[in-house]
Design a protein around this ligand. Sequence first.
Ligand SMILES: Cc1cc2nc3c(=O)[nH]c(=O)nc-3n(C[C@H](O)[C@H](O)[C@H](O)COP(=O)(O)OP(=O)(O)OC[C@H]3O[C@@H](n4cnc5c(N)ncnc54)[C@H](O)[C@@H]3O)c2cc1C
Length: 319
Amino acid sequence: MKPGSFEWTQWFQERQSQFTGQLLFDEPLAKHTYYRIGGPAALLAIPKTREDLELLREGLAAAGPPLFVLGLGSNILASDEGFAGIVVRASRLNLEIEPESRNDAGTEDSALVIRTGGSVAISTLLRRASTEGWAGLEFLTGVPGSVGGAVVMNAGTHLGEAAGALADVDWIGLRPGVPARSFAGADLKYQYRKNLYLPNDGIVWSARWKVRRDEPARVKAAIDETLARRKATQPLDFPSCGSVFKNPKESGLSAWQVIDRLGLRGHRIGDAQFAEKHSNFIVNLGSARAADVRALIDLAKRRASKELGVQLEEEVMFI
Ligand SMILES: Cc1cc2nc3c(=O)[nH]c(=O)nc-3n(C[C@H](O)[C@H](O)[C@H](O)COP(=O)(O)OP(=O)(O)OC[C@H]3O[C@@H](n4cnc5c(N)ncnc54)[C@H](O)[C@@H]3O)c2cc1C
């Protein structure tokens, strides 16, 4: 089998019956991204078990096609041409949410650790946190992705970021010869919306979060308040990837302020638009193509550099 050719898909076609999850050939990525944009992946795999991951690993070893690991697709712009490799959508693997008591010396009685599967949706985790009274995860309010995506992206809000609440992360490599690994403490190296320790050819299997017990009503009130504020300030009626650019901190400006200074709020190419409601969101008004979104991104980067001396960096990831 030749890497990069479509012959390798046959290897997987012949093993469909051994796979518990789904193997979807020529699957439109638009169906798996929040943006509702993206051409076909040669193969989109939705594994459900560790055995499924083994089969994917075997196929990757035999065939060597390009690999992209997807979570819930909320921070992704997929190309109009699609992807000539395997996209592994890690949305149905480990879905556990389990509290564990913390017995490390010096912690208060109220301290807890919550073990979460990498496929757990952040919204599900926060619902559970508000019914159980687990405080400390409110900073993830309104982030629409999965635990795996939050761990990889160091997701967060003005209330904090993943780096501040993670105790450890279990990761499984998908390439041959790459062992599963656990990362804890000083291994968990992060920068703003970026991790510096996870290889990009594997799966975040689980993560443990440091929280503390509190009144469920108080946790719920904090989450509800942030949700209401985000609803009022973000264009949630249209598909998007959230903030397109990271805040260029060294400039002293937020990304939305840069877009506004360039007069680009509301600017539109095709069906992609810098949202009127929040100018660091590029929304898909209906049938935007990845090329339209890319054109807006390139325009803002070029003009920010030339006119304001600000280097904008994308937060959105590209397939
Ligand atoms: C309306 C809206 C609002 C948003 N608001 C915020 C916000 O306030 N703060 C914020 O930080 N982000 C925000 N985002 C962006 C996005 O939700 C986060 O980046 C989120 O953490 C991505 O999670 P995901 O599961 O969708 O990952 P994806 O978008 O699918 O993937 C993102 C990255 O994570 C990797 N990845 C995902 N899951 C796994 C896994 N299990 N194993 C290994 N790698 C994995 C992918 O390879 C990719 O590199 C917003 C997005 C939208 C659409």
